[in-house]
Design a binder for this molecule. Structure first.
Ligand code: FAD
Length: 398
């Protein structure tokens, strides 16, 4: 049945970003807030594909602060979001660097220590003690972050959404936004299940953002959807159970042991060009599988004889030129009360608690004062003021 609805605040997109924003709005008492998601349930987009690794290793102190605060939120999730869970599991993270990345790793390690993070520079013997199946011979510098881990991304998003509904907000799934227009006051939104009048709109639409920019005749933001391949391997009993995650710079690979026997393997780099988010090649090629297989076998020799390929899949990163998020409004283009939190560039899950806190503050008409987040404004692309990483080509972990 088509309906005409009204709301104060409309969040479009029900991934980890949008659901966290809605939850934080609800916590602030902004109960006239609503979220629309075109999928049958929340998190059908990139959130559901996420490795959901939660760590604090970044090059930029603002991102470190965001990651630390978000990490603490995940650690206490069921207290923060009463009675709900994120599936957070602490595993530890080993970061192995070679001559090209060693300097950045050491500088970050010093900065992380100053910001209160438990970051330990370890040698190869110590790395072998932390993960006996690892061959650390390719690394000239190694950092161990024992607090890191991973969460369950879809559970996290549905926890935020359910908690927001329990507090009094609305979540409409199966509701695709097909048109959005600016009114003299507020916005008119046409959806697959009726229209909505909203005073304020937040776009948390990830790789689909620029469709909304075009509907509204806004300047597009340089967000490039790029394909990201993942191979899941089965680990043998010798390498089973909770094990540390590994970021391997020489092989440009991320290895995330999952559950009892799985190993999620992907690249640290962004490979390939821009794709259409609704029609891209979602197959993982033979070449990709064989590259990932060799990387696994080199880093964890037991996998060469006893590991097995289980499955493959692809997701998308909403990459910006510096691979960092855009957190902004559109008042510069004459659009008051329109906001976006997009361009998360393949590392936005871990930051979703802080994203929710920041955006709910901004939408409530206050400025976010806890720390300076102006570096995330979209004007940085125009002004050539990009956020810098200490690592070449892998800004998503930098
Ligand atoms: C393979 C992979 C691994 C990753 N690993 C990590 C990791 O280890 N750690 C980490 O921190 N991050 C990781 N990320 C990144 C992280 O998962 C994302 O940055 C984050 O989940 C994005 O959330 P989002 O809510 O912004 O986007 P999405 O989850 O994509 O949500 C956007 C939503 O908008 C909805 N939408 C779009 N158009 C419309 C419309 N017209 N009407 C209604 N709804 C609409 C979509 O259906 C979608 O649900 C990974 C990403 C991928 C793909």
């Amino acid at each position: 049945m088509r309906m005409e609805r009204k709301t104060e605040i409309l969040v479009i997109g029900g991934g980890s970003t949008g659901t966290s924003i809605l939850y934080h709005l609800a916590k602030r008492g902004a109960l006239e807030s609503m979220l629309v998601e075109r999928g049958q349930q929340v998190a059908p987009g990139q959130t559901s594909k996420s490795a959901a690794i939660i760590r604090t290793h970044y090059s930029n102190p603002t991102l470190v602060t965001m990651a630390v605060r978000s990490y603490k939120f995940f650690q206490n999730f069921s207290r923060e979001v009463e009675g709900h869970h994120s599936g957070f599991k602490q595993t530890g993270l080993i970061v192995g660097a070679d001559v090209n990345s060693e300097r950045g790793l050491k500088e970050n390690h010093v900065m992380h220590g100053q910001l209160g993070i438990d970051s330990r520079m370890i040698d190869r013997d110590e790395a072998k003690r932390v993960e006996p199946q690892l061959d650390p011979s390719a690394y000239s510098a190694i950092v161990y972050e024992p607090d890191a881990g991973y969460a369950e991304p879809s559970t996290t998003a549905s926890s935020f959404a359910s908690a927001a509904v329990e507090l009094g907000c609305k979540v409409l799934t199966n509701t695709e936004v097909t048109q959005i227009r600016k009114l003299s006051a507020g916005f008119y939104i046409e959806t697959s299940s009726g229209s909505i009048n909203a005073k304020k709109v937040v776009l948390a639409t990830g790789v689909w953002f620029n469709r909304f920019a075009r509907m509204l005749n806004l300047d597009t933001i340089p967000i490039h959807p790029v394909r990201h391949a993942v191979c899941m391997f089965r680990r043998p009993s010798e390498y089973s159970g909770t094990r540390p995650i590994l970021f391997d710079f020489p092989r440009s690979a991320a290895f995330k042991p999952e559950g009892e026997f799985d190993l999620n393997v992907s690249s640290l780099e962004t490979l390939g060009g821009q794709v259409d988010p609704d029609s891209y090649d979602s197959n993982v090629s033979f070449d990709e599988v064989s590259t990932f297989s060799s990387r696994v076998a080199e880093a964890f020799p037991i996998m060469s004889s006893k590991g097995k390929l289980a499955t493959t899949f692809t997701g998308l990163y909403d990459n910006t030129p510096d691979e960092q998020p855009v957190i902004d409004d559109f008042s510069d283009q004459g659009f008051e009360n329109l906001y976006c939190l997009v361009g998360l560039s393949g590392h936005g899950f871990k930051l979703c608690p802080e994203f929710g806190r920041m955006m709910s503050t901004m939408v409530s008409g206050e400025s976010f004062k806890d720390y300076d987040i102006s570096i995330f404004k979209k004007k940085r692309f125009r002004e050539g003021n990009l956020i810098k990483s200490k690592y070449q080509g892998v800004a998503t972990i930098g």
